[in-house]
Ligand binder design. Structure first.
Ligand code: NAD
Length: 305
């Protein structure tokens, strides 16, 4: 058993905490928002109860929750041997957090960055322990996904990598090795794909349903790019494509203005109840077009995802 800190209790942090607790580790789950912590624990309990139905193993929700100590103070991480960071894809937020983690965590603690795109060498440079910083790009939903991308930074030590490999093995995750580069493999490709799909809706070429239907029915993808965008979070995809755009200074990563407008309007996908689709109990109801105009009106809601 390893004592593992998980910082950020959003979509990814909750999934990582659940997976770690299911795998027999002691978890310290920290978020700046008490509401986010409470909602993460609720979602973890629900996901454990539904695990069998979703094709996963039988999971004892009580045991999983008992393995998680949750709160809003970083001091909870004082005894962690590994800390997995899952806060938003915003370099200034992450930079400030790593500075604070360096001060709070024990010297031997390994930092795992679950970032969508930020190079791990850059994250390591924000700490006084770059040799103990390793990138792991977990996939969503974490407990259901069998593989991760494993990214060493320029200074990551063999010992830190071995610690992370061992932890991943205990979580039943297959690591796929990737050299450090912005967006790694998955998001370098998938974010161009999702961003371009958003452009099709933005330009009025097709509805979100039609875009997704092409990839499901013609290419056999289990989910279309805009359904995936809603699952990941419109804000997270926008931030990640902005990181790619800034890093490569290449216009092929230019963020679709529709994504910016959706984030401004609070249409973040599943996590806010609406993105390209409506989610939740009223998802079958007609889309409310009141007050919408311009390109945002092109987002065709109303289908259950
Ligand atoms: P999210 O918005 O669902 O959750 C982020 C959480 O971090 C929020 O609960 C927020 O309150 C908390 N937070 C913000 N600042 C904090 C701080 N200083 N200290 C502690 N908590 C803080 O985001 P997410 O989708 O879980 O993404 C987290 C990270 O994982 C991002 O870097 C993202 O790019 C990456 N990622 C996301 C996905 C995905 O499918 N959503 C997949 C792989 C990787």
């Amino acid at each position: 058993m390893t004592v593992v800190g998980v910082v950020g209790a959003g979509i990814m942090g909750a999934g990582v905490a659940q997976n770690l607790a299911q795998s027999g580790h002691a978890v310290r789950l920290v978020d700046i928002s008490a509401d986010a912590v409470a909602s993460a624990l609720e979602r973890i309990e629900l996901n454990c109860r539904m695990s069998r139905m979703l094709g996963g193993p039988a999971v004892d929700a009580g045991e999983v929750l008992a393995a998680i100590t949750a709160g809003t103070g970083l001091d909870l991480l004082a005894d962690a041997e590994v800390v997995i960071e899952n806060i938003p894809e915003d370099e200034s937020l992450k930079h400030e957090l790593y500075r604070r983690l360096d001060a709070v965590c024990q010297p031997g603690c390994v930092f795992v960055a679950n970032t969508s795109a930020i190079p791990i060498t850059r994250i390591g440079s924000w700490t006084g322990r770059p040799e103990q910083v390793v990138g792991v790009h977990f996939m969503n939903p974490v407990p259901m996904k069998p593989a991760v991308e494993l990214i060493p930074g320029h200074h990551s030590s063999a010992q830190a990598l071995a610690t992370v490999r061992e932890l991943l093995a205990s979580m039943d995750k297959k690591p796929i090795d990737v050299n450090d580069s912005c967006g790694f493999i998955s998001n370098r490709v998938s974010h161009v794909f999702m961003n371009e799909a958003a452009y099709l809706v933005y330009e009025g070429v097709a509805t979100a349903e039609a875009v997704d239907e092409v990839f499901r029915s013609c290419f056999g993808h289990p989910m279309g790019p805009l359904e995936t965008l809603d699952l990941i979070g419109v804000d997270t995809v926008l931030q990640s494509i902005e990181v790619l755009h800034e890093h490569f200074a290449d216009s092929k990563y230019r963020p679709c203005p529709l994504l910016k407008q959706m984030v401004d309007a609070g249409l973040l996908g599943r996590k806010s109840g609406e993105g390209f689709y409506r989610h939740g109990p009223d998802s079958r109801g007609p889309a409310d077009r009141a007050g919408r105009n311009g390109h945002l009106a092109a987002v065709r809601s109303g289908s259950e995802n």
